[in-house]
Ligand binder design. Structure first.
Ligand code: SAJ
Length: 425
């Protein structure tokens, strides 16, 4: 198939990089979003999310005239749905954005078009939710128009590179739909393009993130065991990973973000009787902030009135995304236990967490602290000079939950360093 004009619904962390990448490759793109502030900002070349390099690519795409924005879909050769699939408090997938995006395509869907769902979705969403909505147009999927599911698999922080280099999975409701998807993404994807059916590709996406979640859960459980048995988990992992078939991931304060901490629940919701391992891995990762609290309480005793400086609130290093962040859970638990918490998140200094004093500099965060806690391994925190830290805080006690600091250097600067998962000094 030949694509001259495509319409991308949802201009968030995935839709916007995808739209600007297609535009960069010479395709006319209409980017659609229901947030008028986002549209207004984009019209002036301003980007509402932080992702390295994105601002430049979007600016160039708008300037070239290839990328324009609109509040509703227009007629096009292909439509990509890249809206969020959040989940409710009771861990159920909320497909309302996917549904309304599909509804919004119906009036402009034409014979010969391709529609691709990219949003992470429970198994059978393409076949049982998106297909019937689109077929309200009177056109039949696989016959009159093509329909496929192609999950995004890019890593926040490296989205622009991974969009192009990663292997891409395209699952069609029939073979011709998958092939049309290959023609579309083949415009810029340099990695392999793997064709399958729609439900398989939905499962592939969920399996990848669930696999990572379960693997991080075992690393977190190992950190608790090491703590109990007087072992340094970081050293133990380093040694275990020298085994040719072992690759243990890193423990930390928990698993956040809108992908890995959410997607496994889609399986649990769809088949609770088949998912005890996935369920329990989620429970382990969700309870890791409480393990961090135990370490803090062991070091400081009762927390009432204690000043604690929290470094980082993002869900992982060097991103501005705070969704489902375990660092925020730790900050909230500290407040609940009566601590006076100052938090410094350089990527979102004005974010609000009830009861937490958000500050705009490292100095402000640590000056009064009884304890400094490193919760996110942002590059600027990892490269902190402990000697400088010693001049801006009076405390000599730090907790490193991400193995971001070199013990020896910090000890030489006069600090006592507690490390998550390090049961020996
Ligand atoms: N984390 C650990 N230990 C580790 C690795 C990660 O505690 O060893 C934590 C991070 O700090 C973070 C969370 O896990 O809180 C998730 O971070 P991540 O870097 O593993 O993944 P995401 O959520 O940023 O992106 C994932 C990726 N999926 C996989 O690697 C299988 C990405 O490729 C997906 O496109 C993305 O989810 C998504 O959108 O689904």
């Amino acid at each position: 198939m030949n694509f001259k004009h495509i319409c991308i619904i949802g201009l968030g962390y995935i839709g916007l990089p995808t739209a600007s990448t297609f535009a960069k490759y010479g395709i006319r793109v209409t980017g659609v979003d229901n947030n008028s502030e986002v549209l207004e900002a984009l019209k002036h070349g301003k980007v509402h999310i932080y992702e390295p390099g994105l601002s430049e690519v979007v600016g160039a795409a708008i300037e070239s005239g290839n990328l324009c924005v609109a509040a509703a879909p227009v007629e096009a050769d292909a439509f990509i749905i890249a809206v969020p699939t959040p989940f409710y408090g009771e861990k159920k997938a909320d497909l309302s954005f996917v549904r309304s995006a599909a509804e919004s395509i119906v009036p402009v869907l034409r014979e010969g078009n391709l529609v691709v769902l990219e949003s992470t979705s429970p198994p059978l969403t393409t076949e049982e939710i998106v297909r019937p909505i689109l077929e309200k147009s009177g056109l039949k999927a696989g016959i009159d128009f093509k329909l496929a599911y192609s999950p995004e698999r890019v890593l926040p922080g490296q989205i622009l590179r991974e969009l192009i280099e990663n292997a891409r999975v395209i699952g069609g409701v029939d073979r011709s739909s998958a092939e049309a998807g290959r023609d579309l993404y083949g415009i810029f994807v340099k990695g392999d393009i793997l064709l399958t059916d729609a439900t398989t590709s939905e499962m592939v996406k969920l399996m990848e993130n669930t696999y990572r979640d379960v693997n991080i859960a075992i690393a977190n459980e190992f950190s608790r065991l090491a703590d109990r048995f007087g072992v340094d988990v970081w050293e133990a992992i380093r040694i275990a990973n020298r085994h040719p078939r072992v690759k243990i991931l890193n423990p930390g304060p928990g698993v956040g973000g809108h992908c890995i901490s959410v997607d496994p629940w889609f399986f649990v919701e769809a088949a609770p009787d088949l998912t005890p391992l996935i369920f329990n891995a989620r429970k382990v990762n969700d309870s890791q902030p409480e393990f961090v609290m135990k370490i803090i309480e062991r070091a400081l005793g009762a927390l009432t009135g204690k000043h604690i400086a929290v470094l980082g609130l993002a869900y992982k290093p060097d991103v501005d995304d705070l969704r489902e962040s375990p660092a925020i859970d730790v900050a909230k638990l500290l407040v609940k236990d009566g601590a006076v918490v100052s938090a410094y998140e350089p990527f979102k200094p004005d974010f609000i967490v009830a009861g937490v004093k958000m500050v705009h500099s490292l100095e402000e965060a640590v000056s009064q602290a009884d304890l400094v806690v490193l919760l996110v391994g942002h590059s600027q925190f990892k490269s902190l000079d402990p000697k400088r830290m010693a001049t801006i805080t009076s405390t000599r006690l730090v907790l490193d939950t991400v193995n971001g600091w070199d013990n020896q250097a910090w000890q030489e600067a006069g600090f006592k360093v507690i490390k998550l998962g390090k049961g020996k000094m």
